[in-house]
Design a protein around this ligand. Structure first.
Ligand code: SAH
Ligand code: SF4
Ligand code: F3S
Length: 476
C-alpha cells in the first residue's frame, strides 16, 4: 500500500451522496416526463484551473442528477456560482453576478441558487451572502463539493437556507462524476490545498492543507483520458513540487510524471504550478527525458528583490530562482518558461521594483501573468503598514507590461519562418474565420484550417511572431 496516511473520503460517504443523486434524478425524470423538458443546471466559474476542474465535477454531479446543462442562467432550475478570492476584483465580479440572479429567483422562486468556492470559504463573505443576498439558497466551501446532492435535498425538504461548514479534515473525494468542458484538453488535479502561506495569498486559508491523490488514482484518470482521445492533459496543484509529501508517499512529483509518461498515445502532459523553492533537478531531468511531457515550465517568480521575496515568505532568493532557470535551459534548450509577477506588494520600493524589471530582462520569460497586489483579509500582508498607493501600483504595472511585452515579442520573432507543432482547438472565439491552437509551450497560434483539424496536432509554418500570439499557415 502506497498510502501511509489515509486522506481519502470514505466510500460510505460517497455512497451516501450517490443515494441522493439517485433520488434527485428520479424526481427530475418525473418532471421531464410530465413537462416534456428537462430541468436545467447552469454553472458559472470564476478563478483558476482548480476551480474549472471543480466546476466540471459540479456539472458532472448535476448531469448525474438528471439536469440538462445549459450555458444560460435564465430558465435554469439549479444555478451554481463557483467563486474565487485571489483578488478583490475576483470577489466583486462574483458578487455582481450573484446580484444579477435576484431577478431569476423572483421570476421563478423554485430556482435553486447556490454559491460555492474560495470566496465563500471565508466567514465574512458567508455572512455577506446571508445578509445581503437572501435569495441564495445555500453556500458550500471548497472541501464540500461532493455534498452538493445532499445540500439540494436538504434545501428542498427543509426550505431553510444552508451554510455548509467546511469539513474539518479536508479529504480527497474520489469518484465524483466529471463533465469535461472540452474534448481535447483536460484538467487532472493531483493534489489539493497549499501549505506555503505566502504572506499575500488567501489560497491556504480557503483550500486547506495539502493532500495528494495516490499515483494509482491519477494514473487511471490520465490513462482513461488518453484512451478517450484527449490530447493535452494538465496536472493541477497549487504546488505540484510538494506532491506526495503530505501523505508520506514514497514517490514524488517527478516519479508521478515518469509513471504517467509510460502511457502510450499521442498526447502532451502539462503541469502547474511549480513552486521554485521545491523545484528539483530530478523533476527537470524527468521532463527532459520525457516522451509526452511538454517542455514548458510555469515557475512563478513573483518579484526580483530578495527583500520582497523574503517578506512574501516565498523562501527562495533571486539567485536560487535563476539557478533553476539556468538548469532548465541547460537540460532543455528552447523550453518555454512562463511566470507570475506581482507589483505593489507592501513595502516595495522603487528600487525593489527595478530589481523585478531587471529580473525580467535576465529571465527572458516567454510570457508572464502579471498581478497588482490586492490585500486579502486575514493574510499577514494585509496588515502590513507600508501599503503602496493605487497610483504607484498602476504606474509600476504599466512599466512591468512594457518591459515584458518587448521580451515576449523578442522571444516570438525568431519563430518566424519556422514550423511548429500545434494542437488545434478549433475556430477562434473572436474570429471564426481563423483557427486557433497552442504550441507545446502554450503559445497561441492563429492559422488557416478546417473543422476536421480540431483536436489534432498540426504542423504550422509561422509567418509572423507577435507579442501575444503567432500567426501562420498549415503545412500541407
Ligand atoms: N500556487 C501558485 C499560485 C496560485 S495563485 C504559486 O505559488 O505559484 C496565482 C497567482 O496569483 C500568484 O502566483 C500570484 O502572483 C497571484 N496572487 C496571489 N495572491 C495575490 C494577491 N493577494 N494579490 C495579487 N495577486 C495575487
Ligand atoms: Fe498562494 Fe503561495 Fe500557496 Fe501559491 S504557494 S497558492 S502563492 S500560498
Ligand atoms: Fe483558484 Fe481563486 Fe481559489 S485562484 S484556488 S479559485 S482563490
Amino acid at each position: 500500500m502506497d498510502c501511509k496516511k489515509n486522506n481519502v473520503l470514505s466510500p460510505e460517504e460517497m455512497d451516501r451522496q450517490f443515494e441522493y443523486i439517485k433520488r434527485i434524478k428520479k424526481e427530475n425524470d418525473i418532471y421531464a416526463r410530465e413537462r416534456g423538458k428537462r430541468r436545467r443546471a447552469f454553472v458559472m466559474t470564476f478563478g483558476c484551473q482548480q476551480n474549472e476542474a471543480d466546476s466540471e465535477k459540479i456539472s458532472g454531479m448535476a448531469e448525474a442528477m438528471g439536469y440538462e446543462l445549459t450555458a444560460e442562467p435564465a430558465g435554469a432550475s439549479l444555478i451554481v456560482v463557483n467563486t474565487c478570492a485571489i483578488r478583490e476584483h475576483a470577489e466583486q465580479k462574483a458578487l455582481s453576478v450573484i446580484g444579477q440572479y435576484k431577478h431569476i429567483k423572483s421570476k421563478d422562486p423554485e430556482t435553486i441558487i447556490a454559491v460555492c468556492g474560495c470566496m465563500v470559504t471565508q466567514e465574512h463573505r458567508v455572512n455577506e451572502i446571508k445578509h445581503s443576498y437572501p435569495y441564495v439558497d445555500f453556500v458550500f466551501g471548497t472541501s464540500s463539493i461532493h455534498r452538493l446532492p445532499e445540500l439540494i435535498i436538504q434545501r428542498t425538504e427543509s426550505r431553510r437556507r444552508i451554510y455548509c461548514p467546511e469539513e474539518a479534515d479536508y479529504l480527497v473525494a474520489e469518484g465524483i462524476p466529471i463533465k469535461r468542458n472540452d474534448g481535447v484538453r483536460a484538467w487532472v488535479s493531483v493534489m489539493y490545498g497549499c501549505n506555503n502561506f505566502c504572506s499575500y495569498c488567501i489560497v491556504p486559508y480557503v483550500r486547506g492543507r495539502e493532500r495528494s491523490r495516490t499515483r494509482e488514482a491519477v494514473f487511471s484518470e490520465v490513462e482513461e483520458l488518453v484512451k478517450k482521445g484527449y490530447k493535452d492533459i494538465t496536472l493541477l496543484g497549487q504546488n505540484v513540487n510538494s506532491y506526495g509529501k503530505d501523505s508520506g508517499y514514497d514517490y514524488d512529483f517527478a516519479d508521478l510524471l515518469a509513471m504517467l509518461d509510460t502511457i502510450e498515445g499521442d498526447y502532451m502532459l502539462h503541469f502547474m504550478t511549480s513552486h521554485p523553492k521545491d523545484a528539483t533537478h530530478k523533476l527537470i531531468d524527468t521532463m527532459a527525458a520525457g516522451r509526452h511531457i511538454a517542455k514548458h515550465f510555469h515557475l512563478p517568480m513573483q518579484a526580483g528583490s530578495d527583500e520582497v521575496l523574503r517578506v512574501m515568505n516565498r523562501r527562495y532568493t533571486f539567485e536560487k530562482y535563476i539557478a533553476i532557470l539556468d538548469y532548465i535551459t541547460e537540460k532543455m534548450p528552447g523550453a518555454v518558461i512562463t511566470s507570475d509577477i506581482m507589483v505593489g506588494f507592501p513595502g516595495e520600493t522603487e528600487e525593489d521594483f527595478e530589481d523585478t524589471l531587471r529580473a525580467l530582462e535576465r529571465a527572458q520569460f516567454d510570457m508572464i501573468y502579471s498581478f497588482i497586489y490586492s490585500p486579502r483579509r486575514g493574510t499577514p500582508a494585509c496588515n502590513m503598514e507600508n501599503q503602496i498607493s493605487d497610483a504607484v501600483k498602476s504606474e509600476r504595472f504599466n512599466r512591468l507590461l512594457e518591459t515584458q511585452n518587448a521580451i515576449s515579442l523578442a522571444k516570438n520573432k525568431p519563430l518566424e519562418h519556422k514550423t511548429v507543432r500545434v494542437l488545434c482547438d478549433g475556430r477562434s472565439k473572436n474570429n471564426p474565420d481563423v483557427f486557433s491552437g497552442r504550441t507545446e509551450g502554450n503559445k497561441i497560434v492563429f492559422f488557416d484550417g478546417d473543422d476536421s483539424d480540431t483536436g489534432k496536432f498540426l504542423d504550422i509554418f509561422i509567418e509572423r511572431g507577435d507579442t501575444f500570439a503567432l500567426y501562420g499557415k498549415k503545412v500541407k
